[in-house]
Ligand binder design. Sequence first.
Ligand SMILES: [Zn+2]
Length: 93
Amino acid sequence: MPSPKHRSRRMRRVFVRTASRIKLHYRKRKPAKQKCPECGKVLRGATRLRATKLKTVSKTKKIPSRKFPNICSQCSRKKIIEMARGIKLGEQE
Ligand SMILES: [Zn+2]
């Protein structure tokens, strides 16, 4: 029987193969996926890991290297056009 703190699904369960048998280990879950603040889509190419594991990942794998990496590519495209034209897209008459 697992200890009381492991009976909920707060931790994720991982089956680990040892020399004698398969053991059940409990690990912390990954943080939620990063979303675009403008349209709410899940960002692609943005790694979400615990801070201790994120230290081992290279910078190029953490976030895209283009301008406005924290919004999705469609929204960043729109934003660049808006900045160049000096107007807000979708609001002109
Ligand atoms: Zn977006």
